[in-house]
Design a protein around this ligand. Structure first.
Ligand SMILES: *Cc1c(COP(=O)(O)O)cnc(C)c1O
Length: 388
């Protein structure tokens, strides 16, 4: 029998695993501790910080979906990134990260580097010369985020992993935007995959969570040890909810993408939009790489508003089906102004360097009817034109 497909793994993990009452859906275990069967006999689970059945099932689903060997589910995506650097970096070690990575990732690495915990260099990873110069410093870790947030820049995972191996660096890919449904970094040469499961993986904007997935069992054991040591692990309830969210991951990702394609077709024709960022567009510099390494283009997109800043604020205020909010990947559509919201911690200089302007807006296209979404954008653009 061939390996199970992602949709099957997502739906079936843990189903019919209850031996006590034969519950079809795995029950939730909220107990913080578990009895030892006899003196000196250590049970599978003893204390929930180090392990729990619900977290265990979620970890299994996630590493099987990513074709990995193990995983540690954490209490948020940020703590997954923090766990990863805590486990592998010392004061003299360098990590190379994208200059336009998620704002919280930038803040975490920057702050810890300033305290002397490790060294960090933020690089435009689409700039081969800059990347080669950073690799020449022999980093211990490299973080990729592709497509990146918010400009959906794409880098060649396999090419960078090959170069990383030559200098002995381990590579993690933040796969939050595509999920294993559209991109499998471990199969492209990465050593780790990191997710904010808060986003598409849970998909319902009601759980904060994260995960580090490993290519080897050794790394999984090391990370599990560190996860318990620093107390980064996820709760049973969040794990239960996230596994429930994963059941529909494949179906959700398909509809998110279909709708975003229709919205893209609309946005590229809209006069109040000067530029649209999405890897499916032929004009996108990473289009060919995306076609090669992704099995779908994903649904996160950004665009430059062509009017004044006052007009932009007015436009956002007129939208009825896109909530002005941070986060992404839920069933509900969102609009975000990265410079004043998700990425404000970066500061003006770093924002400019990353190409995040005051006129950039990011859409997380939800699962509402796509025609309703387009009509909502249409009416808000029309009102913005009329009022100015
Ligand atoms: C949200 C996000 C994170 C951080 O995850 P939290 O769950 O909010 O801590 C990291 N990377 C990316 C790409 C994200 O979108």
């Amino acid at each position: 029998m061939s390996a199970r497909k992602p949709a099957t793994i997502a739906v079936r993990t843990g189903i019919e695993s209850d031996t006590q009452y034969h519950a079809v859906v795995p029950p939730i275990y909220l107990s913080t501790n578990y009895g030892f069967p006899a003196f000196g006999e250590v049970p599978n689970y003893d204390y929930t910080r180090s392990g729990n059945p619900n977290r265990g099932l979620l970890e299994q689903a996630l590493f099987e979906l990513e074709s990995g060997k193990g995983a540690v589910v954490t209490n948020c995506g940020t703590s997954a990134l923090n766990l990863w650097v805590s486990a592998f970096l010392g004061p003299d070690d360098l990590i190379v990260a994208p200059h336009d990575c998620y704002g919280g990732t930038y803040r975490l690495f920057n702050t810890r580097a300033r305290k002397g915990d490790f060294k960090v260099q933020f690089v435009d990873q689409t700039d081969e010369q800059a990347l080669n110069a950073a690799l020449a410093k022999k980093p211990k870790l490299i973080l990729l985020e592709t497509p990146s947030n918010p400009l959906v820049r794409v880098v060649d995972i396999n090419a960078i992993c090959t170069k990383a191996k030559e200098v002995g660096a381990l590579v993690a890919v933040d796969n939050t935007f595509l999920t294993p449904v559209y991109q499998k970094p471990l199969e492209l040469g990465a050593d780790f995959v990191i997710h904010s499961t808060t986003k598409y993986i849970n998909g319902h904007s009601d759980v904060i969570g994260g995960v580090v997935i490993t290519k080897t069992e050794e790394h999984a054991e090391e990370l599990a040890w560190w996860g318990n040591c620093i107390g980064a692990t996820g709760t049973p309830f969040d794990s239960y909810m996230t596994l429930r969210g994963i059941r529909t991951l494949g179906a959700r990702m398909r509809v998110h993408e279909e709708s975003s394609q229709q919205i893209l077709n609309f946005l590229v024709e809209e006069p109040l939009v000067s530029k649209v960022y999405h890897p499916s567009l032929l004009s996108h510099p990473g289009h060919e790489i995306a076609k090669k390494q992704q099995s779908g283009f994903g649904s996160m997109l950004s665009f430059e508003f062509a009017g004044s800043f006052e007009q932009l604020k007015f436009f956002v205020g007129k939208l009825e089906l896109f909530s002005l909010a941070e986060s992404l990947g839920g069933v509900e559509s969102l609009i975000c102004h990265p410079a004043s919201m998700t990425h404000r911690a970066m500061g003006e200089e770093a924002l400019a360097e990353a190409g995040v302007t005051q006129h950039l807006l990011r859409l997380s296209v939800g699962l509402e009817d796509s025609q309703d979404l387009i009509e909502d954008l249409q009416q808000a653009f029309a009102q913005a034109k009329e009022a100015f």
